[in-house]
Design a protein around this ligand. Structure first.
Ligand SMILES: Cc1cc2nc3c(=O)[nH]c(=O)nc-3n(C[C@H](O)[C@H](O)[C@H](O)COP(=O)(O)OP(=O)(O)OC[C@H]3O[C@@H](n4cnc5c(N)ncnc54)[C@H](O)[C@@H]3O)c2cc1C
Length: 558
């Protein structure tokens, strides 16, 4: 195929190996591509970096890039080209994303969004862009007030149950690794990434195969998002909890807030995350349809980042100019009926944190800052929990029995370490050898403290058996993974929501017209981007429902 016989043409160039910093510089990228292709440099009219990925299996590991290039009219190039990792093919011109059309809502139509996590924030942003800026209520506090409360929790073991790692502006994603890749194939995900970039996230998130922001940068993004929402007419109320719904004739009319206030609620986007157990309980008492869904439970496993880098790269990372490495492991393991075990939410260069929102319950998770320089690497090591495992903790028809299952094991972990958000820990080698770990053998990042123990009291026996089996399998794949320095911190229990709030194809809850359950807590997302995308979808569904009800003036979109 000859490209560009007198018209503007585009080509896609895959597998360009070069340092990432040079690839971000259009002049350097153009020179490199021209050196690889039979075209002169001035024929490359435009060069756009589309994707960057690290081939960690190559020795030495290397960055590969994908570019979209516009050729000057008249450029002759025979395609396709295949040479080593390099592949060049013709491409369609890029499609620019049009601004979402504003919808016509009736005067005074103000939806309410509950929860300022990714799902609620992007629902509010999208509603405002569509022309219906909502009231956004969030039980926790703004990020500026969250930071000090969370630091106090980690350093001193003091918890504010309404302002913590899980509750407050940005939701559960704020004190996170800020990994923002997603497996969902929804074009709205690209819009969310562009929003994040426009709000201050680095350009790398638009091109990296495994984009990452980090807690420090996420905080800035969230403060800018708050300003944008205000400019678009959204009213944000922190320290305000949704506590009930008023339903008339199967239709939602008002929302009850903490303090006794009731606000008109022609539509409610309910995005409470997976840890608002009180909220699930009042929803259940009102008869909102819900069902139990499977989840996973386990521990956080922590190593020195240098060990993970050595295993993954086979070289000294700093000398090779590579980023802290990650891993993804999965297998079926355990006696009798094996369970799926997998590494979850790996945080290179991060730390293990307490992520509880209740005194008496011990919950771990992982986070990192943008530089990922903490010296440790951690990941959840979790085993699947089918719904039948919940049954001893509630009647088989009780949709909330998964919450009770989580509570039971979180309380046991609390008791095993003696309380105060001190975490029960065991070295992987000790778990496999069947002996408890002594306090003096512990080296890890978790605060406010760790107590050596035997984790068998903190996890269901079949889960523990599966974790042991998986540790052996993973150690064979990554020699040293279950070695002396690997520390298991208990318990990683809030991996996903064990409840789903039922919704129909129009995203509304049957019998509760106007109620749109979304995000991770409602059981429709897992991770920052997929939760945000679900929020966008709910906002669009509200606009579509108003249009269907004939409330938009003739002519539709202005
Ligand atoms: C420590 C940690 C690290 C993580 N790391 C990553 C990561 O690197 N990448 C990734 O993709 N995901 C990560 N996650 C998961 C991710 O944060 C969640 O999937 C995502 O935040 C879910 O979004 P959401 O909006 O559905 O719910 P949430 O983020 O949980 O937000 C729900 C919000 O609703 C508020 N709320 C609850 N009930 C009420 C009520 N009754 N009234 C008013 N407000 C209420 C809560 O205070 C909260 O702010 C991490 C999670 C944690 C805890």
């Amino acid at each position: 195929m000859n490209v560009s016989q007198g018209r503007v043409s585009w080509i896609r160039v895959h597998g360009v190996v070069m340092p990432p910093s040079e690839a971000e510089d259009p002049a350097a990228a153009r020179a490199r591509i021209a050196a690889l292709l039979p075209v002169e440099e001035h024929r490359l009219a435009e060069v756009r970096l589309e994707r960057r990925s690290l081939d960690a299996r190559a020795r030495p590991p290397r960055f590969e890039h994908r570019f979209l290039c516009r050729l000057e009219p008249g450029t002759r190039l025979r395609l396709p080209i295949h040479r080593g990792s390099l592949r060049v093919e013709g491409a369609d011109p890029p499609r620019e994303d049009p601004a979402p059309p504003r919808r016509a809502f009736p005067p005074g139509f103000r939806p309410v969004v509950v929860g300022a996590g990714p799902a609620g924030l992007w629902a509010a942003l999208t509603l405002a862009r569509l022309g219906a800026p909502p009231l956004l209520v969030e039980r926790g506090r703004a990020v500026e007030e969250r930071g000090p409360a969370v630091n106090r929790h980690w350093r001193e073991g003091v918890l504010d149950p309404e302002n913590n790692v899980l509750f407050g502006e940005g939701g559960a994603g704020t004190f996170s690794d800020g990994k923002i890749y997603t497996r969902i194939r929804d074009p709205r995900a690209a819009r969310v990434l562009r929003d994040l970039h426009e709000l201050g996230a680095p350009v790398g998130i638009l091109v990296d195969g495994r984009p990452h922001i980090g807690t420090d940068r996420l905080k800035v993004v969230l403060m800018r998002l708050r300003r944008l929402l205000a400019d678009l007419g959204v009213e944000v109320r922190f320290g305000t909890r949704a506590e009930g719904l008023v339903v008339e004739g199967g239709r939602l009319t008002r929302l009850r807030l903490s303090g006794g206030e009731e606000v008109p609620a022609p539509a409610v986007v309910l995005a409470p995350g997976h840890s608002a157990r009180d909220t699930f309980r009042w929803l259940r008492a009102l008869g909102v349809p819900m069902e139990a869904r499977p989840t996973a439970i386990g521990v956080r496993i922590e190593h020195s980042q240098a060990l993970i880098d050595r295993i993954q790269y086979g070289c000294v990372r700093e000398e090779a100019g590579l980023p802290p490495s990650d891993y993804h492991l999965a297998c079926d393991a355990g006696r009798g009926r094996p369970r799926r075990v997998w590494s979850f939410c790996m945080c290179p260069g991060g730390k293990v944190i307490s992520a509880s929102n209740e005194v008496g319950l011990q919950v771990t998770n992982g986070m990192s800052y943008s530089k990922r320089a903490a010296g440790f690497g951690n990941a959840g090591l979790i085993a699947q929990v089918p719904v039948e495992d919940y049954d001893p903790h509630g009647a088989p028809d009780d949709p909330l029995r998964g919450l009770r299952f989580q509570e039971v094991w979180e309380r046991r972990a609390w008791e095993a370490a003696g309380g105060g958000f001190v975490a029960p820990v065991q070295r992987a080698a000790d778990l496999l050898a069947g002996r408890p770990t002594e306090d003096e053998e512990i080296l890890g990042s978790y605060l406010p403290g760790m107590r050596g123990t035997d984790l068998s009291s903190c996890l269901p026996a079949p889960v523990l058996e599966s974790l042991k089996g998986a540790l052996r399998v993973f150690d064979a794949r990554m020699p040293g993974f279950a070695g002396r320095e690997a520390l298991l911190v208990g318990v990683e229990s809030r991996t996903s929501s064990p409840v789903r709030i039922v919704r129909g194809a129009d995203l509304q809850c049957p019998g509760f017209e106007g109620l749109y359950p979304v995000g991770e807590g409602a059981g429709y997302a897992g991770g920052i981007v997929s939760a945000a995308v679900d929020g966008v979808s709910a906002a669009e569904a509200i606009a579509a429902a108003r249009a269907l009800q004939g409330m938009a003036p003739a002519g539709g979109d202005p």
